[in-house]
Design a protein around this ligand. Structure first.
Ligand code: PRT
Ligand code: MG
Length: 216
C-alpha cells in the first residue's frame, strides 16, 4: 500500500492537530520533544508526518510531496489554492485577520481612508491586504514584514497593520485596536487533487475519519 504523507507546521498547528489525529487513532511512535527529526513515523505504517514551516505546508501539498496537510486559511488565501482540495475546515488555530490601528490614532485612520490619501499598511499578507483596501477604494503603500508586525505603527513605519488576532493580548499590550475584520481564520485540511484522484481510497478514508471527529 502506498504511504501517505501529512504536512504539519510546528507550533500551534502541530499542538492542536495532534489531539484530533489521536482521536482517529493516529499516534506518533516516538516522543518528539527532544527530537530534531522532520519526518515522523506514526502507528499507522502507511502514514507519516512531516514538519515544515506554516507557509510551506501548501507548497508541499501543491507539488504532491505531501498528499495531505493542515494549513491556516490565512496562508491558503494569501498563496491561492491551485491544485489543492480543501475538504474540511478544522476547529483549531482559530483567529481572525484584521486591520489594527494604534488606539490613539483611530481618528487618523478614519480620515486617511476617507480622504483618498495613501495609507501605509504593514503586513505579512500582501495579497489579502491589497484586496481588502482595493475593495474599500483606499490607496495603499504596502510594507512587507516577516514578524513582529505590531511594532510597525508604534515606530512610525506604518499607519496601520493587517495581522492575526486571537485573544487580543498582543494588540492590547502594544496599544493597538482592531478596526476592521477581514476574514475569520482556522486551520484547513488540504489534499493534493491529483493524489486524491489516483489514491482515493486511503485519502477518502482519512478525510471521512477526520470529518467524523470534527463534527461529533
Ligand atoms: O511562527 P512562524 O514564523 O514559524 O510561522 P507562523 O507564525 O506562520 O506559524 P504559527 O505556528 O505561529 O501560526 C500558524 C497558523 O496558526 C497561522 O497561519 C494561523 O492560521 C494560525 N493562528 C491562529 C495564528 C494565531 N492564531 C495567532 N494568534 N497565527 C499567529 N498568531 C499570532 C499573531 O500573528 C499575533 O502576533 O499571535 C499573535 C496574536 O495573538 P493574540 O492571542 O495575542 O491575539
Ligand atoms: Mg508565529
Amino acid at each position: 500500500m502506498q504511504t501517505l504523507t501529512l504536512a504539519l507546521s510546528k507550533g500551534r498547528i502541530f499542538d492542536e492537530a495532534m489531539p484530533l489525529l489521536n482521536k482517529i487513532g493516529i499516534h506518533l511512535i516516538h516522543d518528539i520533544k527532544h527530537s530534531r527529526k522532520l519526518i515522523l513515523a506514526t502507528c499507522e505504517e502507511t502514514l507519516k508526518i512531516i514538519l515544515v514551516r506554516a507557509q510551506d505546508v501548501p507548497v508541499y501539498v501543491r507539488y504532491g510531496a505531501a498528499q495531505l496537510g493542515i494549513a491556516g486559511l490565512d496562508v491558503l488565501l494569501e498563496q491561492g489554492c491551485e491544485g489543492i482540495y480543501q475538504p474540511i475546515s478544522l476547529p483549531i488555530a482559530q483567529c481572525k485577520l484584521v486591520v489594527a490601528a494604534p488606539k490613539d490614532k483611530l481618528a487618523d485612520y478614519a480620515t486617511l481612508s476617507q480622504q483618498g490619501r495613501r495609507l501605509r499598511v504593514a503586513s505579512k499578507y500582501p495579497r489579502l491586504t491589497e484586496n481588502h483596501f482595493a475593495k474599500k477604494g483606499v490607496y495603499l503603500d504596502f510594507i512587507k514584514l516577516y514578524g513582529s508586525i505590531e511594532l510597525a505603527p508604534l515606530t512610525g513605519l506604518s499607519d496601520v497593520i493587517v495581522d492575526l488576532l486571537e485573544t487580543g493580548q498582543t494588540f492590547k499590550a502594544n496599544g493597538l485596536v482592531e478596526v476592521e475584520l477581514i476574514h475569520p481564520i482556522s486551520a484547513q485540511l488540504i489534499v493534493n487533487q491529483t493524489a486524491l484522484k489516483f489514491n482515493s481510497v486511503p485519502i477518502n478514508a482519512f478525510i471521512q475519519k477526520l470529518r467524523k471527529v470534527v463534527h461529533e
